[in-house]
Write a protein that binds this ligand. Structure first.
Ligand SMILES: Nc1nc2c(ncn2[C@@H]2O[C@H](COP(=O)(O)OP(=O)(O)OP(=O)(O)O)[C@@H](O)[C@H]2O)c(=O)[nH]1
Ligand SMILES: [Mg+2]
Length: 446
């Protein structure tokens, strides 16, 4: 799903950032979105906005141009695919599942029941599909594994009767889900039936279930059902097996109905609360981009952290900043995970990570150095006992600690020197191969 979108962005993040690269990215995005069945008019509106912003806006400090452009793409897609996540209600609620034949109503009823049950709610499912042969059996069978209570009346032809009885039986349940019958279209018969059920159920949530493979046809379907009963959301099923997912997602945007859940498979736990932010992060294959941007705001962005790690002119001040950068970001592995391509790499454990306690100790020691000493570590080459003694005394730490800090500093400096030798690691040219090469240099250094 949206595979080519991922590729377009990877291509962009591995090349230089200039006007041509941005234009190419926009073209690639257009192609990818159209391929995944997003409405052409919407694609052009979206890509125009992305291009205008990427080419004209000033880059906020703390972000590289590349990150900034990626962020624009990300934010525009999030806006487009639903803005924010709709939280689930934790109160008592009645949910009506509606939709056409085979859209996934029965499967989703059980999945949603399982979802609430696993969160500690008491749940009951009412099967009022009196249309499809053996509908109740199917429901009972799927409910069995998750031990979900199901109510239905075999051979009863009036769904309203079933719902009334079921509501009485499940009066104490936190969540009651009603699985209704489908038809091949929303004809007058189905309309009548759903209206009647809705009247007795007085549902808090009315979910239209649609399969992702119907693509843009979802728009008119959502509008029709919305007009009939007033939808509170959509459940999109079969996201796992559709290449047209862009069609239904954008159709829901146009029809102004919120996607609430997405079905990602046939199993009972193949269901997710729809969260546009997470969804876009995932389709763009950028790891958790949102947390990257948040981190960048409060600490520093990973590209800056990486730049700092690569800066070769090292003294005790920069050394401390480097350790601090890695520490702030969590670990070197985390910095990698947040960078495009980074998530494919495994960093040897412990690289550039110094325990917090040690960091504190070293900071105190560095603070006790003279300004000149901080800036000119070469002064330490003479290994003068008096210098080490003075710093140890001034910081209240042992001579061994001062020596340890110096030894570590030397090792780190040597490692960064080697890094500098790796040409072409500057902005815009970091790719997986080069990073891998770089990282192999880290191995065994700490
Ligand atoms: N791969 C995949 N299959 C799904 C998903 N949701 C449902 N299905 C399958 O789609 C088929 C139809 O699902 P049902 O839940 O029976 O659909 P329905 O809307 O209740 O169908 P009717 O009752 O006949 O109107 C079944 O074979 C399900 O296993 C999903 O998210 N992914
Ligand atoms: Mg069904």
């Amino acid at each position: 799903m949206f595979e080519s979108l991922k590729e377009s962005l990877s291509k962009f993040t591995s090349g230089g950032v200039n006007k041509k690269a941005i234009k190419d990215l926009v073209k690639d995005l257009q192609r990818s979105l159209i391929q995944s069945d997003v409405n052409v008019k919407l694609v052009f509106e979206l890509s125009k906005r992305i291009e205008e912003k990427a080419l004209s806006d000033k880059v906020p400090s703390g972000l590289t141009k590349r990150e900034y452009v990626v962020n624009i793409v990300y934010e525009e897609l999030v806006q487009f695919l639903g803005k924010e996540k709709v939280e689930i209600s934790t109160g008592k609620q009645r949910i009506l599942m509606l939709g056409l034949f085979g859209s996934g109503k029965t499967t989703s009823s059980i999945k949603i029941a399982h979802f609430y049950k696993s969160k500690g709610f008491t749940v009951g499912v009412i099967g009022c599909d009196t249309w499809r042969p053996a509908a109740l059996k199917q429901l009972q069978q799927s409910a069995k594994k998750s031990k979900i209570d199901v109510f239905g009346i075999e051979k009863e032809k009036n769904p309203v009767k079933i719902v009334k009885k079921g509501m009485n039986l499940f009066a104490d349940k936190d969540v009651v889900i009603v699985d209704s019958a489908g038809r091949s279209a929303l004809d007058s018969e189905l309309s009548d039936e759903l209206k009647k059920i809705d009247k007795v159920l007085n549902a808090d949530e009315k979910f239209l279930v649609m399969s992702a493979d119907i693509g843009q046809a979802a728009q008119s379907q959502a509008e029709e059902f919305n007009k009939l009963v007033g939808l509170s959301g959509v459940v999109v099923t079969k996201m796992d097996s559709s290449a047209k997912a862009g069609g239904i997602l954008s159709a829901c945007h146009v029809a102004d109905v919120k996607i609430r859940f997405i079905g990602m498979g046939e199993k009972v736990d193949d269901l997710e609360l729809y969260d546009p932010v997470r969804f876009v992060s995932r389709i763009l294959g950028m790891g958790d981009l949102e947390s990257l941007l948040e981190k960048a705001k409060e600490a520093m962005d990973p590209q800056d952290a990486m730049d700092l790690l690569q800066s070769g002119d090292m003294n005790f001040e920069t050394f401390y900043a480097q350790l601090e950068a890695v520490n702030k970001m969590g670990s070197l592995q985390k910095i990698m995970d947040m960078l495009p391509f980074g998530n494919k790499m495994k960093i040897p454990k412990g690289s550039l990570e110094v325990q917090q306690d040690k960091m504190k100790e070293w900071k105190i020691i560095i603070d006790s150095m003279t300004k000149v000493e901080k800036k000119s570590p070469d002064l330490f080459k003479d290994s003068k006992r008096s210098r080490f003694e003075r710093i140890a005394k001034g910081s209240g730490k042992s001579m061994d600690s001062v020596r340890e800090l110096y030894a570590n500093f030397k090792k780190t400096k040597k490692m960064f020197k080697q890094m500098k030798k790796l040409k072409g690691l500057g902005e815009g040219e970091m790719d997986e191969k080069k990073m891998q090469k770089l990282l192999s240099k880290f191995k065994g250094k700490f």
